[in-house]
Design a protein around this ligand. Structure first.
Ligand SMILES: [Zn+2]
Length: 276
């Protein structure tokens, strides 16, 4: 499986972010081992929101969807081309889970139709946060709505995510393209995007064929990996954030406590004697 990447391409007054995140999605799905629909939603989130960090040209961006659906939350953090992601609840089951038809389940059934999308862009570790309501519960429309509304940049997004029919924790495809109009754009640029999307079936072309169709100028090729930035120290520091009462309860009941990172499942155990 090739390394995951985003290519940034310019064609006339359109900036295009073209991404293959199969490997990153596969690795993160393997960590969490969610049910088919939950895995499909997570893979969609990784391929759709993962590349957005490159739109802002900053080191750290996080995306949080809080919804009324079974997954409750979707959280993705992008930092220095490392991605980590999870769902609040990955146990949603459907009648299509067994027969390999899970790729066709509308994401809204797990995501829900109400909630918010919060995007935090970190500049010098200070977050600039903006929030929009969930537009359609399918991630793609939700991202387009966010970009158009919050950033006021006309954007179009297409994606193609397929899990393996025999094993939903294997990712066959996880690719996306984000088109953004640059400030000096004209009517011809909008028409070009519309025609490109209309006349070419993204699902039946591989990315290299699509890149050839775009025939633009490649500005950057960025590799992206699945990596959690947690450390034992950060996890232990989290204990210090507990109130004195919670703290005492924890140590009264247990001599040894174990802390697990929700993103990568790494655990750190410590003994009461090691503390302080
Ligand atoms: Zn971790």
């Amino acid at each position: 499986m090739i390394k995951s990447y985003t290519k940034i391409i310019v064609k006339n007054n359109v900036r295009i972010y073209i991404s293959d995140y199969q490997k990153v999605a596969q690795e993160i799905l393997t960590i969490h081992k969610y049910t088919p629909l939950a895995s499909l939603i997570l893979a969609n989130g990784i391929a759709t929101f993962g590349p957005v960090g490159f739109l802002y040209d900053i080191k750290k961006v996080s995306f949080l969807m809080k919804t009324n659906g079974a997954i409750k939350t979707f959280l993705l953090e992008f930092q220095n081309n490392n991605i980590r992601a999870l769902l609040g609840d990955g146990s949603v089951i459907t009648e299509y889970d067994e027969n390999g038809m899970f790729n066709d389940i509308p994401l809204i059934l797990g995501i829900g139709d109400e909630g918010l999308l919060r995007v935090s862009r970190f500049v010098e570790s200070f977050p600039y946060t903006s929030e929009v309501p969930i537009a359609n519960g399918d991630m793609i429309t939700d991202l387009v709505y966010y970009l158009n509304k919050s950033d006021q940049v006309f954007s179009a997004v297409i994606n193609d995510i397929q899990l393996n029919k025999k094993n939903h924790l294997k990712v066959d495809k996880a690719k996306s393209i984000i088109f953004q109009l640059m400030p000096n754009h004209n009517e011809a640029d909008i028409l070009w995007i519309e025609k490109l999307i209309e006349n070419n079936d993204f699902k039946n072309l591989d990315l290299i064929e699509y890149i050839n169709l775009i025939d633009g100028e490649e500005l950057k090729h960025q590799e992206v990996i699945s990596k959690c930035n947690c450390t034992s120290k950060k996890m232990l520091d989290a204990i210090k954030l507990l109130s004195p009462k919670e703290h005492n309860n924890l140590f009264l009941k247990n001599e040894n406590i174990e802390i697990k990172c929700d993103f990568c499942k790494k655990t750190v155990s410590m003994n009461i004697k090691d503390y302080n």
